[in-house]
Write a protein that binds this ligand. Sequence first.
Ligand code: TMP
Length: 203
Amino acid sequence: MSGLFVSFEGIDGAGKSTHIARLHQHLFSRGLDVCLTREPGGTPLGESIREWVLHQPVDVLTEVLLMFAARAEHLRQVIRPALQAGRVVLCDRFSDATLAYQGAGRGVDRVMLRDLATQVEAGTRPSLTVLFDVPPAVSRARLEGLKAPDRFEREQQDFFERVRQGYLALAQAEPERFVVLDASQPMDAVTAALLRAVEARLG
Ligand code: TMP
């Protein structure tokens, strides 16, 4: 596959979406063919699953399987075709989110999560993953302004601390794939660091 697959991760309230939108604008204005997508979501089925898992109480195993079901369709319908066409895929969350949220956050067995990820990904993985790292105390202040927080955004600080540590452990295990950005810095500084990291990978 000739395109570039980039994913973005971080706890809720890390400011990820704003930075991804800025990166998208930057790459688009450089004339690159960019596919901006997200998980859970990115396909009609994925968006329906997103509605469910963000707003309806579901069993934790159901939550895991729904995340992977959405991912399987997303890979088949969106990500693989875009990479095959040589496009840059900017994916707001991917399998690392399941390992961090369901694994580290909710305590689901990591071996099972990795097995499912291997089956579903079938070799299609991000070559660059940007982790927006922020202490939960900082992200909480950002989430407090939300009018209708979803099921994840309503979680307590200790949940987000476990998710954060889960992400940092993943980044430490694969330093060649991950770039960790300090997302507690001012917005413009974080965006600048993000653009540098992606430009370096684009060559
Ligand atoms: P968002 O905040 O990036 O829009 O993502 C929606 C929520 O879904 C976020 O709170 C993290 C959660 N999530 C998981 O728990 N596991 C996953 O595998 C994915 C992709 C997202």
